[in-house]
Design a protein around this ligand. Structure first.
Ligand code: HEC
Ligand code: HEC
Length: 317
């Protein structure tokens, strides 16, 4: 039922958007206008989530490693990653972020895609490696998930298939699977800055990189304290501590410093790396375009997490 709703919504939105572009002074009936409005809003929300907040498009596209924060190569959006995740990203094997354009997902219903996004189990019954942040997405609202699916269905179909994943340990070692029941997930009101910020941090899956790795995988008792070192052919960079510890985390950063850093790191000038400038895997080019209110809320939430003393050298030799 929802699948049908969404397909209709996408079709309506496509029509709404194209008629908006071609003849935006076209008069239409109020009811269909309202329907078009909500379909348009759904797509806008989906685009925001996929390209700025949850950055699906960051992982699922080819990236320009010569530019700062490795922005997506235009034209490859959603067509699958250009490089494999390996040991350097704490993967016990080799895997690629697959194609999520309509070329790859056209035969799946919205429910099937949402189930994969929230439980990590794909239509073949395979468990996805948790680099795909399904533990986080299982906590998003149904509306936000429907929005993302509506948006990825509008991506240009790219005929490309990434290689099959290869694991050196049994996939059953991925840890407990979330039995995501998204029906009761809610988005806190933005006026509750801390709670809303927590929702945005969940959506953005900041914990993916900013949680240290223990022998059993991510150590959530030290969440946000960083320390994981990405070390691959492209770059060696350690993930910093973003807990409110003043000496080793971002406790001394003001809200302005925090927001300005995101904004500054997504400007066209910064994205063109100067010789000698150190690169990063933090997807600033996308996160830096998040709404002001969302960045401020993320800051507010990060102020409330447990301060952890952990000194991280960003660029270890
Ligand atoms: C940190 C990188 C990363 C992010 C962010 C990410 N993904 Fe993924 N995604 C992956 C990887 C890697 C896989 C493959 C995992 C595997 O094969 O075990 C995957 C798998 C998938 C699949 C399963 C495809 C299939 O063939 O079954 C879908 C659908 C998907 N992602 C959609 C999304 C959407 C939508 C978002 C944003 C809401 C997103 N992903 C965000 C890395 C990511
Ligand atoms: C793909 C991995 C990844 C993700 C996801 C990620 N980060 Fe980062 N982050 C890094 C790395 C690596 C650095 C260090 C290099 C740099 O400064 O860009 C970093 C740096 C930072 C810094 C600068 C800290 C300092 O001491 O200079 C802040 C603040 C930050 N991240 C916050 C966040 C927030 C908030 C999120 C979620 C919205 C997030 N990160 C998601 C990898 C990531």
């Amino acid at each position: 039922m929802h699948a049908r709703f969404l397909l209709t919504a996408v079709m309506a939105a496509t029509i709404a958007v194209s008629s908006f572009i071609s003849c935006n002074n076209n008069q239409s009936g109020t009811t269909s206008e309202n329907k078009n409005d909500s379909a348009k809003q759904l797509l806008e929300r989906g685009e925001y989530i996929a390209t700025k907040a949850a950055v699906c498009i960051d992982c699922h596209s080819q990236r320009d490693t010569t530019l700062f924060s490795m922005p997506v190569i235009p034209g490859t959006e959603g067509g699958g990653a250009g490089f494999a995740f390996t040991k350097a990203e704490a993967v016990p094997g080799v895997l690629w972020a697959p194609n999520i354009t309509p070329y790859a997902l056209k035969d799946r219903t919205d429910e099937e895609i949402i189930k994969t996004l929230t439980t990590g189990i794909n239509t073949k019954g395979d468990t996805l490696f948790p680099i795909m942040p399904y533990h986080s997405y299982g906590r998003l609202t149904k509306y936000d998930l429907q929005a993302v699916v509506a948006y990825i269905r509008t991506l240009k179909p790219i005929e490309r298939t990434v290689p099959e994943r290869k694991f050196f340990i049994p996939a059953a070692m991925f840890g407990p699977l979330p039995a995501a029941n998204i029906e009761n997930n809610t988005m806190p009101d933005p006026s509750d800055k801390v709670k809303y910020g927590q929702y945005m941090v969940t959506m953005a899956a900041c914990t993916e990189c900013h949680t240290p790795m223990g022998p059993q995988g991510p150590d959530f008792s030290k969440v946000f304290s960083g320390g994981f070192v990405f070390d691959n052919a492209v770059l060696k960079v350690a993930v910093p501590n973003i807990t409110p510890d003043s000496a080793t985390g971002i406790g001394s950063w003001s809200e302005e410093t925090f927001v300005n850093k995101f904004r500054a790191n997504a400007t066209p000038e910064v994205l063109q790396t100067k010789p000698g400038r150190r690169n990063t895997f933090m997807p600033w080019s996308m996160y830096g375009k998040m709404k002001e209110e969302d960045l401020r809320a993320i800051y507010a939430y990060l102020r409330t997490v447990k301060p952890i003393v952990n000194k991280v050298e960003k660029y270890p030799e």
